[in-house]
Design a protein around this ligand. Sequence first.
Ligand code: ATP
Length: 236
Amino acid sequence: MSIVVKKLVKKFDSQIAVNEISFEAKPGKILGFLGPNGAGKSTTMKMLTGYMKPTSGDAEICGKSILTDELAVKKLIGYLPENTPLYNEMYIREFLNFVGETYQIPNLKNRVDDVIKKVGLTAEQHKKIGTLSKGYKQRVGLAQAIIHNPEVLILDEPTSGLDPNQLAEIRTLIKNLGREKTVIISTHIMQEVEALCDEVIIINKGNIVANETLQGLKEKNKTASLEEIFRNLTSD
Ligand SMILES: Nc1ncnc2c1ncn2[C@@H]1O[C@H](COP(=O)(O)OP(=O)(O)OP(=O)(O)O)[C@@H](O)[C@H]1O
């Protein structure tokens, strides 16, 4: 297992955003992390990537604890946050070089060339980040997430705001990455889950209400409609 989550809790004052959730994820599989707005998806992802301390519980990324091995965990994970914080004043190459240097990547120039090609930024590569369209900014976000070739990818709504062409390209990229790596993606797009995910977790009000293979989820709920399953499991 490359991700083992153990009774993870996050409280904000009296509000329990994530309520003692446990789950696992393995390499070569894409795990879809679904839930209504405010369910606790981003909060969980932030805890797994070391950007937010859990109130209690722990998680291991390739055997390293998010509580005690924060640095090792950051190296093992590529993270695309929901609203990718990018440096708008920087040029794409400058930014990717900067990120690459923090990971001390050898032959960085070649690696930057590689990721630019991989995420489809070749035509835009000499532009300033601030001048890019939303979809291209998203690609820069993906490029910084994969530059250090991490074992685990955590992508928070990776295709939000992309046009249909970009959507298809980025989905193909994620699908390919998922062949070797452990990938968790959060999304509200059920077609995306169908197209990409092997396994699905549905979270509602901080609690896991489903944790199945995509096929298993449909069989258990006796319908092939993910939207119907989602509504049944998350409506009040
Ligand atoms: N820093 C914070 N301080 C206080 N409350 C927070 C904070 N971050 C998140 N929350 C609350 O925790 C709950 C879960 O939020 P979270 O962002 O994890 O939801 P989400 O499932 O990612 O939602 P969405 O689909 O809208 O992105 C929400 O009620 C939110 O208001």
